[in-house]
Ligand binder design. Structure first.
Ligand SMILES: CC(C)(COP(=O)(O)OP(=O)(O)OC[C@H]1O[C@@H](n2cnc3c(N)ncnc32)[C@H](O)[C@@H]1OP(=O)(O)O)[C@@H](O)C(=O)NCCC(=O)NCCS
Length: 334
């Protein structure tokens, strides 16, 4: 059995439709200045037309990850699909993706941990690899937010933050000294479950899950207590980063690149400051994609890969915080 798991390749795909802050300002009362000042976001991607699900965005991302890992699709022996916006309520998007990739019979696990979804999935993949259950796992983060947000004044605080996109990583075993996933840590606290949530349709509404009242009350759209989420994120992301660094026997000086979840540029600047990580080591692409939730960390990794910045020996720290609350961290070396 391999000593550790490692990220062997990463890929991404985003829809071609670019939606700028000025475009949003035509749908709701907002400005480019308000959005950019508070979040760092300039634009995001939306699916081009109806009928495109998270699993569709994941197909090209998965193919790129597999190619960059130097393997072929049939080498994949398990799929982990992290998303809060699955194609349909059930079955999971992993099943749809497996079929679209022509992978029949391998397990497909959906992970529902929002912005921490990729790191939760990484933890599962890491454990599966180290116990020898699977050899090449396709770990996906993909979201279609644009069809689920309230693009009016009622939902403008949430709607301006999110974008569509997908990214994937191939996780496999390694015995190379110092390479691979060196530590990973997961947390959750339901005390904040309703600070960022999508309440309806709900299985607890009898006799039918969806009602006209829900649509009128706009509870079919996500709602957020932004200030509370901001406070928790800027506490928990440094805390879990310290925890995974310690577990890997490292300090921030050993880190080449900090790849945090992309929810808000101000959150990440504050987190980096608390950790004493210089801004030039912090990767961000939120200005171009907004928050793509489970896709953000692998989307960053895929762009770093394309830039040739993930060389053998490059050490990465990641931290994420999101709805749940859930939060997670990881240290891994290429
Ligand atoms: C959402 C967030 C950017 C709002 O910033 P903020 O500093 O808390 O907001 P402010 O207090 O400065 O502004 C709030 C005001 O802006 C208004 N506002 C909200 N959304 C707006 C928008 N898109 N455009 C213009 N004005 C908006 C509000 O109605 C409010 O107006 P009021 O004071 O007249 O009631 C911030 O709270 C945040 O980033 N939170 C974390 C969110 C997050 O990361 N979520 C994902 C986690 S995975």
């Amino acid at each position: 059995m391999p000593e550790r798991s490692a990220i062997l390749g990463v890929g991404h795909y985003v829809p071609t439709k670019v939606v700028t802050n000025d475009d949003l300002a035509k749908m709701m009362t907002t400005t480019d200045e308000w959005i950019h000042q508070r979040t760092g976001i300039r634009e995001r991607r939306f699916i081009e037309h109806t009928g495109i699900g998270a699993s569709d965005l994941a197909v090209p991302a998965a193919k790129m990850a597999v190619e960059r890992a130097g393997i072929v699709l049939s080498d994949i022996d398990a799929i982990i699909f992290a998303t809060l916006s699955p194609d349909v309520t059930f079955p999971g998007s992993g099943c749809f993706l497996a079929d679209k990739l022509g992978l029949h019979g391998i397990p497909a696990l959906d992970v529902r941990n929002q912005c921490s979804g990729f790191l939760y999935g990484l933890s599962v993949a890491d454990a599966w690899i180290r116990v020898g259950a699977y050899k090449r796992i396709l770990l996906v983060g993909a979201e279609v937010h644009s069809t689920g947000i309230d693009l009016t004044d009622h939902g403008r605080d949430v709607a301006v933050l999110f974008g569509d996109g997908a990214a994937a990583a191939v996780i496999g075993g390694t015995d190379e000294p110092g390479k691979g996933v060196l530590s990973v840590s997961l947390h959750a606290d339901g005390v904040g479950a309703t600070d960022l949530w999508l309440e309806n349709p709900s299985s607890r509404t009898a006799p039918v899950r969806v009602t006209h009242q829900m649509i009128e009350d706009r509870t079919i759209f996500p709602r957020m207590n932004g200030k509370q989420v901001f406070r928790w994120a800027t506490d928990k992301m440094p805390e879990v980063s310290d925890e995974v660094l310690k577990a890997a026997n490292m300090t921030v000086d050993d880190i080449d690149v900090f790849v945090p979840h992309q929810a808000n540029m101000r959150i990440n600047q504050l987190v980096a400051m608390k950790l004493n990580i210089p801004q030039e080591k912090v990767f961000h692409n939120i200005e171009r994609y907004g928050n793509t939730t489970a896709a953000t960390i692998p989307l960053c990794l895929s762009e770093l890969w394309a830039e040739g910045r993930l060389k053998a020996g490059t050490t990465v720290l990641s931290a994420a915080f999101g709805s749940g609350y859930t939060w997670a961290g990881a240290v891994y070396r290429f």
